[in-house]
Design a protein around this ligand. Sequence first.
Ligand code: DLL
Length: 443
Amino acid sequence: MGMNAMAELGIGTYYDAAAETMPREQLAALQLERLQATLRNAWDHVPLHRQRLTGVGMAPQDLRSLDDVRHLPFTVKTDLRDHYPFGLFARPLNELARLHASSGTTGKPTVVGYTRADLATWSALMARTLYAAGARTGDVIHNAYGYGLFTGGLGMHYGAELLGGVVVPVSGGATERQVALIMDFGARVLCATPSYALAIAEVAQAMGVDLRQSTLRVGLFGAEPWSEAMRREIETRIGLKAIDNYGLSELMGPGVACECSEQAGMHGWEDHFLFELLDPDTSQPVPEGQAGELVVTTLTKQALPMLRYRTRDISKITTAPCACGRTHLRILRVTGRNDDMLIIRGVNIYPSQIEAILIGQPDIAPHYQLVVERHGKLDHVSVEVEAQPGVDPTSFDAIAQRVAHHIKSLAGISTDVLVKQPGELPRSQGKAVRVRDLRPQGD
Ligand code: DLL
């Protein structure tokens, strides 16, 4: 197919130099224009937003600069639950083209909706994301993100098609078959959660397949926190470039932010989202380079405009220029959700920080789970790890002591480490469960 024919089909609209390398002042002007339109959309069509804006004395015409975003009220996850299912939608149901939902462990699911135009925007952003990661037209793209109500599968899918990729919509599970398909179809790009990518690597090894000899070159891994150590682990085991990408269903799904080949933080697509980084307790902006909560406003969503959505995700951002030439800010890895932070005798720690300490330790495999219990008034953490195949069980105690010592010296917390037999810990097919919280409910 010639370039013209592809363009007519909408294929090949993946690297948008004008948008992705736009000078930051121009980007800010575009953001302001789109923020005003978003505010108007929310005001006109979503009673909750109008009510809250009225409450703080803000009408759409009062927003004159980007800094004025700080006068807008926040939106939180429970707003979506409290107005289940469609209460925050700015379009009637018959104008929508798709719904997605996240199951949620308690209460009602969170439901999100898209107009046809929203889906087109999403696909374009996903094609941009895949391209930035290193995927190209003609690549076989093995998509192991879950299909269904989860946004990962279909989000990647339509972006990959728009990019002109050959999509293998395999979803999660049946891992041996996944390995066979990767080899037989010659996949160049693997899309999965990092924990599932690791599970695929492990199954391949057990099957006697060396994925490092496969055609895989690029991995788009996200949807859960992971560490630099895990990145290196996956890169060596599979032999590809592991790219971090971030998103959440409330804002769209995957395609909100993605690393370029520099692997130096995820470009947040600022022509479609306005990013703020706030102190989670005071809600005041934190200076660049310091950790804070990502708070995001959508700039182009029709069906579900989001004003200052509190993601509860903790990260750092930088607006420093990137070697790739893209001007959009970078999100320097999401350590974890505020809710997942453990406080062990006064020390704050995220599971991904413990992960970084565990990986690379001799004799143990990169699978782990943290068990949190209450001992009297204090929280207590057990770290369950797995021995590498072939390690003598009589040395498990010594390994446990060594790892516990390591965690203590690097993270400053005392833990009990339990070394389990290879294969004993659960393997994920999507988002890994890293913490088993056995503390009494309601604390
Ligand atoms: O996980 C969307 C997605 C799919 C992103 C595929 C990337 C790839 P949700 O199910 O709504 O949406 O979960 C969103 O997952 O608030 C973060 O806590 C976490 N998360 C997502 N990406 C990353 C990442 C999808 N790269 C929630 N690093 C977010 C760390 C991530 N955490």
